[in-house]
Design a protein around this ligand. Structure first.
Ligand SMILES: [Zn+2]
Length: 313
């Protein structure tokens, strides 16, 4: 009996264990989905947080881009087309375009790169490409008080009004040009070529005393800003009319047709006064070399525009 009782007790114990096992299994089954749900929820939350962070980042990037993009859109994203577009000038481009709504965007970029949005002589930079045919000097680019070109060569008396000098390449080209013109019955004579800083200073000061500074600035360079100081510029006449009337001579027409073949360009024209800052000078020619002179002959533009488009990068 006692044995039977013990057996029964064991049986109960077994049932208890079984029940416990069932409960655990059921519990695990019931609880697990919650657990996995929670995990999923957690994941979602994490995901959500990530997304929020990403969204925040995206928004920031979009915001950054937008400010610049809005500015670039004002210029019709011309930066993608022009390799001489300068991002550091972006605000100046927009301001210049607002002041000059009739200009196309490319012209705005060219003019601002030249410096035309600023007053002449207010933003002085050093002339680049000194001692080469590419040098630029104007009311923005300064040659310096001590600059003297290398290889100054005397022009033959046959082709000059007095003792005058040009940089070697320019002098040789000038002699060939004048000699070829002579063969065709035209007289091309140098009347003023290389001028030193101090000579230009005296010249400019005389003009200022004579006409006042504002007027002098329309026809004379300040010392250090004259093309004559480069040794690459020549004022010419036909040995008959005054050089200031050179534009009326048949020699002027010959020069219009032929000077590029020798590497010279007419530097200051009436149409380009607002770019160069100088009145029309039919007598003033600048040696830039045959390649550049030919390009400018085929695509008429000032040397300022050429410089900005091809050399100022
Ligand atoms: Zn001149």
């Amino acid at each position: 009996m006692a044995k039977k009782g013990k057996k029964k007790k064991n049986l109960f114990l077994l049932a208890d264990i079984l029940l416990a096992v069932i409960l655990i299994v059921v519990g695990v089954i019931i609880i697990n989905p919650f657990k996995s749900d929670n995990k999923a929820k957690d994941k979602e939350e994490v995901k959500g947080t990530d997304e929020n962070q990403n969204e925040g980042k995206d928004k920031e990037i979009v915001k950054e881009k937008t400010e610049e993009e809005i500015k670039l859109e004002k210029l019709n994203n011309i930066n993608e087309k022009l390799d001489f577009f300068k991002m550091e000038n972006l605000d100046r481009y927009i301001a210049y375009k607002e002041k000059n709504p009739n200009l196309d965007d490319e012209t705005v970029v060219v003019y601002v790169n030249i410096g035309l949005d600023q007053e002449f002589y207010t933003n002085r930079k050093d002339s680049p490409f000194k001692d080469t045919n590419k040098v630029i000097t104007n009311k923005f680019y300064f040659l310096g008080e001590n600059y003297v070109p290398k290889d100054l060569v005397k022009i033959s008396s046959a082709n000059s009004a007095r003792e005058l000098y040009l940089q070697k390449d320019a002098a040789e080209a000038f002699e060939r040009m004048a000699n070829d013109a002579k063969k065709e019955g035209y007289t091309i004579r140098a009347v003023s070529t290389y001028r030193s800083y101090s000579y230009q200073q005296g010249l400019y000061n005389n003009y200022v005393n004579q006409d006042g500074k504002a007027a002098a600035d329309t026809y004379s360079a300040r010392a250090g800003y004259s093309e004559h100081q480069t040794g690459l510029a020549a004022d010419i006449d036909n040995a008959n009319l005054s050089y200031t009337s050179f534009g009326l001579s048949k020699e002027f027409n010959w020069m219009q047709e032929n000077c590029y073949k020798y590497g010279f360009i007419l530097r200051y024209t009436k149409a380009n006064e607002f770019i160069t800052g100088y009145k029309d000078e039919p007598w003033h020619y600048r040696y830039v070399g045959v390649e550049i002179a030919t390009y400018i002959k085929e695509h008429p533009m000032t040397y300022e525009e050429y410089f900005v488009r091809f050399l100022d990068k």
